[in-house]
Structure formats: C-alpha cells, structure tokens
Design a protein around this ligand. Structure first.
Ligand code: SAM
Length: 295
C-alpha cells in the first residue's frame, strides 16, 4: 500500500506553464494544498527528488519544507525532549531557580523546568503559548512575544536568571551578545543547528560568517569557532563562560554553558597591585613607540 501512494500523483504532474504555484515572475509560492500534498507524499514514502519533480522545485527546498511542516505538527523527533532533559538534570539543582525560556514551543522543557523554580517563557506562535498556558503548570508564566525583541526589554529592566534556554529552530544568533547580560552566575542552554540544516544560500553563508566567523567547510571546527565567538560576546557583558557539555542530538548540538559575571581584569588575567598601577600576570603586550613618544 505504502509504495503505491506516490503513483496517485503521477497523473497530476504539474506542467510548469500551468503551475498555479508560480507567480507571474516565475517564483514558486506554497499554499496549504501543496503543503498537504507534499507531506502526504513524503509520509507515503516518496523521495524528496520525486516530490520535487512533481511540483516543480528543487529537492532541497522540498526537504526543508517537509522538515518545517513536521516541526509545526509538533513531531516528537524534532523536540528531542528526553535528551535535552537528561543533559539539563546534571546541571540544575534546587527548587528556587529563576528560569527563562526564549522559545517555549509546546512546553516540552517547561514541564521539566517548573520542578526547579519559577519559569518565564516566550514564544512567537500564539497557539503554542495557548497550549502551554492550558497545561496550567505551577510557577509558569508563558507569554506570546518575539523573544528576539523581548530580550532588549529584559536587559533594560535588569532581569537576571539562574537558567536561560535558547531553542529556536534556526541559528540562535540574534540573542547574542545580550543573553549574557541576563545571567550573573548560572547556566545557558542553547541549541545550535549543524551547518546545512538551514538551506545554504548567500544569506545563510553571510550570516554564519558575520555572527560566528564560520565558513561552510568548517564542520570539524564548528563548535570551537562558535564557542570562541561566544566568549567574545560574553566578554562584552563582562561574563566568563565555560562549555560544560556539548550534546549532539540528530542534526543539532545542545550546548550547556556556565556563565559567570567577573571583572574584565579577572577575565583577561590582569592583576591590580596598588592604586593606579596595573601589573600583568602574563607578559605585557609589546607596543612600538610612536613618533611623538620617541621625539
Ligand atoms: C524547537 S521549538 C522549541 C521547543 C521547546 N523548547 C521544547 O523543548 O519543547 C522552537 C520554537 O521557537 C519558536 N520561535 C521561533 N522564533 C521565535 C522568536 N523570535 N521568538 C519567540 N519564539 C520563537 C517557534 O515558534 C517554536 O515554537
């Protein structure tokens, strides 16, 4: 039965000239019907290439669309709840924590976090916020907001948390460096998709380079490079960070990071001996005298 299903679409093969999904400018536009058809074909066993041929777009576009549609359907395999909780329980203790979730989804982690204290959480999707509020979890405040914007008001209101969780579908870039200003001494959990999870194009390439100094062939040093950049982002808020754990789950990495507020002297290893005189613990940086100094 399963391998018969794709046949259903053989006769429906769209002629590009009459493809109703194409705008006058030849751009493919998704509609509900095509989305359902693609999901149906995929779940019926059709390959991405087969579906792509059928609707007249590339198989990469189909792959990304299918993934998004399945995520929206709240499929368990995209939530990685068990793995994320197993990691988190090694690093969160007590019941008086202040916890912030930037991307609550359907509350997979919220049910776990609320055992450890008060949880404040956000999601851009109204239905998900409604879903979490309907769970009536004790100590949980769930609000519909774009947390990439909300983070600025949390910073300006000097909000501080023991645990912050950033778990969007794509790169978490737009929460940095601000997220470090929200933690004095605590833990940051952040989900990082592997290179290529988002469709590779000129924008994603430029994005990886601009935020993380990462290039497409950096897969082997991806985490190192991203964490190096995070150290700089943390320094901007006078925080020192240590990577406690990096868990690979399916096509994402889940980083667990210890964040501590420190003086800049401590972070870079400078010691102040007496007022007005600074001595370095390490070798002083050699600087060439400029013309006015030698004159
Ligand atoms: C991977 S799911 C979150 C899963 C959830 N943390 C869990 O463990 O069950 C990603 C969520 O991020 C939300 N999201 C994406 N961009 C957002 C934004 N700018 N502000 C708030 N939420 C956002 C999506 O609506 C989606 O619910």
């Amino acid at each position: 039965m399963k391998d018969k299903q794709p046949e259903l679409f053989e006769t429906e093969k769209l002629n590009p000239l009459f493809n109703t999904n194409l705008t006058a400018g030849g751009i493919f536009v998704w509609d509900k019907e095509t989305e359902e058809k693609v999901l149906f074909m995929r779940e019926g066993g059709a390959t991405y290439e087969r579906i792509a041929n059928d609707i007249g777009i590339t198989s990469t576009s189909v792959k990304h669309k299918v993934r998004r549609l399945q995520q929206n359907k709240n499929m368990e395999r995209y939530k990685h709840g068990k793995e994320k909780q197993a990691q988190a329980q090694n690093y969160i203790f007590g019941v008086n924590n202040k916890i912030l979730e930037m991307n609550v989804g359907f509350g997979g982690m919220t049910k776990f976090y609320c055992k450890f204290g008060q949880v404040e959480c956000y999601d851009i999707a109204k239905d998900r916020v409604q879903f979490v509020n309907n769970l009536l979890l004790e100590g949980v405040t769930c609000i519909n907001a774009d947390s990439e914007h909300k983070i600025y008001s949390l910073i300006s209101n000097k909000c501080i948390y023991d645990v912050v969780d950033i778990d969007p579908y794509g790169m978490p870039s737009r929460y940095f460096p601000m997220v470090f200003g929200l933690i004095n001494n605590g833990i940051l959990f952040v989900t990082l998709p592997m290179i290529g999870v988002a469709q590779i194009n000129k924008i994603t390439i430029r994005h990886l380079a601009a935020f993380w100094d990462v290039e497409l062939n950096d897969s082997n040093v991806y985490i190192e490079k991203v964490f190096d950049r995070m150290k700089d982002y943390a320094f901007m808020y006078k925080r020192e960070i240590v990577l406690l754990d990096c868990l690979r789950i399916d096509r994402v990495f889940r980083l667990c990071i210890k964040v501590q507020k420190k003086s800049c002297c401590d972070i870079v290893g400078l010691t102040v001996n007496r007022p007005g005189v600074i001595a370095t613990q390490c070798e002083p940086v050699q600087r060439e005298a400029n013309e006015s100094e030698t004159a």
